[in-house]
Design a protein. Structure first.
Length: 107
């Protein structure tokens, strides 16, 4: 019986460790902008979107107006910016749990 318990405990331990690693949120750098103005997405007015691996998603969890004036010269409707984000794609939208706009790169 003891010989069966040790392998079983090891198997459960390995499985739990693998699940914890898979579920840990990771920060990724994405392009962020107005979905309609810069990414050509169909929508109802200016709305924040991110582009991940060439595909654009509207964002839930933060808004276009939470990161400055969208219609300013450096705003989301006039430029595409880089952002560090944590989140996941659900129902073809990016549900963000963290969003940090990165400083613009010098040209």
């Amino acid at each position: 019986m003891k010989k069966l318990i040790l392998p079983f405990v090891l198997l459960i331990s390995i499985t739990l460790t693998a699940q914890e690693k898979k579920e840990a949120p990771k920060t990724q750098i994405v392009e962020a902008s107005c979905g309609q103005c810069q990414f050509g997405m169909e929508g109802h007015g200016c709305e924040l979107a991110v582009r991940i691996d060439g595909k654009s998603y509207f964002v839930d969890g933060t808004s276009i107006d939470s990161h400055g004036d969208a219609h300013a010269n450096d705003g989301f409707c006039a430029s595409i910016r880089k952002a560090a984000v944590v989140g996941e794609i659900k129902n073809n939208r990016f549900v963000v749990s963290a969003f940090k706009l990165l400083p613009e790169e010098k040209k």
